[in-house]
Design a protein around this ligand. Structure first.
Ligand SMILES: NC(=O)c1ccc[n+]([C@@H]2O[C@H](COP(=O)([O-])OP(=O)(O)OC[C@H]3O[C@@H](n4cnc5c(N)ncnc54)[C@H](O)[C@@H]3O)[C@@H](O)[C@H]2O)c1
Length: 438
């Protein structure tokens, strides 16, 4: 494949070197003369282990060239990578000027190019950039349609310092397309990433755009978390590295997809209590632990969002809620966000019925019983025994559980209830489809 690489900084320079090693013919382009000259001479523009050797070799066997001429670069390649910088602006937003200029230059060059071409954005950009900037700019400047030019985003996951190794073993091989589906360019994309075409995961533009930033935010969160726990450990004469090593050994709950699914706020008797306990430890040791303190604030903000969403039942009187305990399958009602929502709705005068098969009022004891009696008095009168009973009652239903089959039943009703889904699971659309079929 012949590949032109726009932007010869960290990402561009490493890409040029690795693509040439994979036997692609590579042409680099930058607006800075020194970088163009360096790559043209087989010299790296950045300090990165392994890159110098790859570039020397690529130059020697004639797989490498560089230019400032976008038309020449596009005309002599089958695919163009956009690897230009997207630095932060004054308010933190990423600056799109360089990406826009590059899309314009590639689009203009495509106007006079014969044959198919693929443009792949590798720079990190905010959601909406492909739809609102890259695709329209390239199509307008080139006078082509999306059938005539492949325009995709492939987030770059390389890390400085291990960039060459990361290039050959990316943690994810994700391709963003306008509809989230393969667009016929699978072979070229697989060759670009040096992976099997089956390994490519196709997702919509916006998801691909936010994925890369989300990964970096998560890494930043992990560093800050480990450092706050490390500081807390030091204050308690505990070896923080050893403790965190053990934490990471748990692949079931800690380093795993568990708890990493957008949905309801956390609650129950353990998470809120132990979080307060750890923060109190830090306070007594005069430690500033802003991240740990912010967890409770974040959860409270999410409860407010859930409450606001639940208010969509306004205008109805008979409400059904699926789920009451903090987790399905248990009857622990303490600190359950669903109890707070129920309390709020009852306070507002709604006629609320609740389905939670694990909660039996006669079996509630101790702190659990005291808690629910305080927040939802006469709970027994509000609990129903089946989905049918809940649907018979409800003009609107509030979903709080992922594993609920209410929707299948609701879709069969002559007058289905309004559904307010607080779980974060994308199934309302499926519900709407079922209704359309019903
Ligand atoms: N550095 C990393 O480890 C890394 C990893 C993944 C993703 N990214 C993302 O990739 C993008 C590039 O990052 P980087 O670290 O390589 O940036 P960089 O600043 O090192 O390099 C950007 C290059 O683009 C060039 N450029 C600017 N405008 C241009 C134009 N109109 N035409 C051609 N070249 C132009 C600049 O001269 C510069 O050489 C950013 O969006 C970044 O967030 C970076």
């Amino acid at each position: 494949m012949r590949v032109s690489v726009f932007g010869l900084g960290y990402v561009g320079c490493v890409s040029v070197a690795c693509l040439a090693r994979e036997k692609h013919q590579v042409i680099g382009l930058d607006v800075i003369d020194e970088k163009v000259n360096a790559i043209a001479n087989g010299v790296a523009t950045v300090v990165e282990p392994g890159v110098d050797e790859l570039l020397v070799e690529a130059k020697k066997i004639g797989r490498l060239s560089a230019t400032k001429d976008a038309v020449a670069a596009v005309h002599s390649s089958d695919m163009s990578l956009i690897c230009v910088g997207t630095p932060s602006g004054p308010d933190g937003s990423l600056i799109m000027n360089y990406v826009k200029e590059t899309a314009q230059a590639i689009g203009r060059a495509l106007k006079t190019k014969v044959g198919h071409h693929i443009v792949v954005l590798r720079s990190t950009v905010p959601p909406g950039t492909m739809e609102n900037l890259i695709v329209p700019t390239i199509l307008a400047e080139s006078d082509r349609t999306l059938d005539e030019v492949g325009i995709l985003i492939v987030p770059e996951f390389l890390r400085e310092g291990t960039a060459v190794a990361d290039y050959y073993d990316p943690p994810l091989a994700v391709v963003g397309s306008h509809d989230g589906q393969p667009d016929g360019n699978q072979g070229a994309l697989a060759a670009l990433l040096a992976v099997d075409p089956e390994r490519l995961t196709w997702i919509p533009f916006r998801q691909a755009e936010l994925l890369k930033s989300t990964c970096n935010v998560f890494h930043a969160l992990k560093v800050a978390f480990a450092n706050e726990i490390g500081s807390l450990c030091s204050s308690q004469q505990i070896d923080g590295r050893s403790l965190m090593r053990l934490l990471c050994q748990d692949r079931k709950l800690n380093i795993s997809p568990a708890y990493l699914r957008p949905g309801m706020p956390f609650g129950g008797s353990c998470l809120p209590k132990d979080l307060s306990g750890v923060i109190a430890l830090g306070m007594h040791a005069a430690l500033d632990l802003p991240l740990l303190k912010a967890i409770a604030q974040s959860n409270a903000a999410h409860k407010v969002r859930a409450m606001d969403a639940a208010r969509r039942v306004n205008g109805f009187r008979r409400i059904g809620m699926d789920g009451l305990a903090f987790k399905s399958g248990t009857d622990d009602l303490r600190e359950s966000p669903m109890v707070e929502i129920a309390e709020h709705l009852i306070g507002k005068g709604y006629d609320l019925r609740i389905l939670d098969p694990a909660v039996e009022t006669a079996r509630l004891t101790g702190a659990n019983k005291t808690y629910i009696e305080k927040h939802v008095p006469h709970l027994a009168d509000r609990l129903v025994g089946s989905e049918k009973e809940l649907l018979d009652h409800a003009e609107a239903i509030i979903l709080t559980r992922d594993d609920c089959s209410l929707l299948d039943l609701a879709a069969q009703l002559e007058r289905p209830p309004l559904v307010v889904d607080l779980t974060g699971a994308d199934r309302t659309s499926a519900f709407e489809q079922e209704l359309a079929l019903a």
